[in-house]
Design a protein around this ligand. Structure first.
Ligand code: IMP
Ligand code: MG
Length: 181
């Protein structure tokens, strides 16, 4: 548990410690445990790779109801440009129709990513969608997408790494979260 890390050219300092992150994960899990206590069939947890994988694994182990778990990517088609229009959900089962979906993402910054993902999931006619985020930034969100549950609310507008969040794909494996110095 270092107080500083260097990733490529950038220096980061400790921002949220593992213990506080795990308290946030537990808070989220308890909210979901209340919400789904009496659900008739196991909801489908859909986790957005790569960032949300770490959070998702910790979260689902604290759930007191049965779930299915799927990991998907929101990525561009190979060979096409990288504008949002060409992005799709890779790995999503065709038959999520009629299921209760719990969509898990790492960080909601502008909210455009999760908004688009929610739209694409809705096209598959799930029974319900609950959005869960590790980090929710209420001051930077620019869409009216509903974030139902979050582990940590972040008020600083700054770049962070760790616990799934990366800087050029590095830093995800840190147990604590670090902020750009
Ligand atoms: P949004 O579309 O602006 O909400 O951005 C969401 C996506 O951008 C997240 O899923 C992350 O992949 C990435 N992102 C946004 N802020 C950060 C950050 O502070 N650190 C690492 N990745 C971030
Ligand atoms: Mg992401």
């Amino acid at each position: 548990m270092e107080d500083r890390v260097k990733i490529f050219d950038k220096s980061f300092r400790i921002y949220i410690r593992e213990q506080e992150i795990q308290q946030g994960v537990l808070k989220c899990a308890m909210e979901l445990n209340m919400k789904y206590a009496n659900c008739s069939s196991p909801p489908l947890v859909i986790s957005l790779l790569n960032g949300a994988a770490f959070f998702t694994v910790d979260l689902v182990r604290r759930l007191e109801f049965m779930t299915k778990v799927d990991f998907i990517k929101y990525s561009s088609y190979d060979g096409l440009d990288t504008t949002g229009e060409h992005k799709r959900l890779i790995g999503l089962k065709e038959s999520i129709e009629g299921q209760d979906v719990i969509l898990v993402d790492d960080i909601i910054d502008s909210g455009y990513t999760i908004q688009r993902v929610v739209e694409l999931v809705k096209e598959q006619s799930p029974k319900s969608i609950t959005v869960v985020a590790l980090i929710y930034k209420p001051t930077t969100i620019k869409t009216d997408v509903n974030i139902d549950h979050y582990a940590i609310k972040m008020l600083d507008d700054a770049f962070i790494v760790g616990y799934g969040l990366d800087y050029n794909e590095v830093g995800r494996t840190l147990s604590d979260i670090y902020i750009l110095d």
